[in-house]
Design a protein. Structure first.
Length: 285
């Protein structure tokens, strides 16, 4: 892109802010300013609902106009951005090349591998088994487990299937589903065999799910089985949609009473870190 094209877009190379580094602490400054700016431009294009002129792109990204012009042209050359010329203005937008890259990356990522160190950390901290679960229809499937050594072992294992409404793992996912995806599940509620099993009422479950969304984690207390409880939190993918859940299982009297606060903090932290490992940008717990 020439200087004339930059000027035609409503600015001049010298009209933007200085390239001087910001007054950030040393540990918050990017190691490579040029890489940081390139990613900022790309993220700004992706997040914008409409194509942006170069001037608007530079302003939103907070990057000098001449620098932004060079970055945009490079992204265009590499196939990550395109522009439409209307009069003297150039309107920029991202291409689907990023989507192709993400699709290949997602196929290469095994969520069990991403979750493993975090499952192990919580299991070691609490001395209780931890699990990664995924929703399959109206059932929750355990896809990974980490258990500390010990005489007592719970009957949970990769491949185990349970009704989604009887487990904290299942409810942690269901609570964050769009209404259109949740509605079919509400017709397949199971009744547990535990002493605190609830009647299969859609309204009661919906109220429970609303509370889970509000606080960010789910609890199951002796609904599926006697004396067994679970705490679970949702795990989000790169598209920011709920994809899995991570939970810890233990005896109700210990997990949900004596060590409840510790368990909630640990499992939410693990869920956040696994989410980030899968590409989500949600803040750390």
């Amino acid at each position: 892109m020439t200087t004339e094209q930059v000027a035609a877009d409503g600015g001049s190379p010298s009209a933007a802010s200085s390239d001087a580094p910001s007054d950030l602490p040393d540990d918050a400054r990017p190691r490579s300013i040029s890489t940081d700016r390139t990613l900022t431009v790309l993220e700004t294009l992706v997040e914008s609902e409409t194509p942006l002129t170069l001037t608007s792109l530079a302003q939103v990204a907070g990057i000098p106009l001449a620098t932004c012009a060079a970055i945009a042209q490079t992204l265009e050359q590499r196939g990550y951005a395109s522009r439409q010329v209307v009069g003297r203005s150039h309107f920029w937008r991202p291409t689907l090349r990023l989507s192709a890259l993400s699709a290949r990356l997602l196929r290469a990522i095994d969520p069990s591998d991403v979750a493993k160190p975090h499952l192990e950390a919580v299991a070691d901290q609490l001395g209780m088994p931890t699990h990664l679960g995924v929703l399959d229809g109206w059932t929750i499937v355990y896809v990974a487990k980490s258990a500390p050594p010990g005489f007592i072992q719970f009957d949970t294992y990769p491949g185990k299937i349970s009704s989604f409404n009887l487990t904290a793992l299942g409810k942690a996912i269901a609570a964050f589903l769009p209404d259109g995806e949740l509605a079919p599940l509400l017709h397949h509620l199971a009744t547990g065999t535990g002493p605190k099993a609830r009647r299969r009422e859609q309204s009661a479950l919906q109220a429970d799910l609303a509370e889970i969304r509000e606080r960010g984690y789910a609890v199951e207390d002796q609904e599926e089985l006697a004396d067994i409880g679970c705490v679970a939190a949702p795990v989000f993918g790169a598209d920011e949609r709920v994809a899995y859940s991570v939970g810890v299982t233990g005896f109700s009297r210990e997990l949900l009473d004596e060590r409840f606060d510790e368990a909630v903090e640990a499992i939410r932290r693990a869920a956040s870190r696994i989410s980030r490992g899968l590409g989500s940008s949600i803040p750390s717990a």
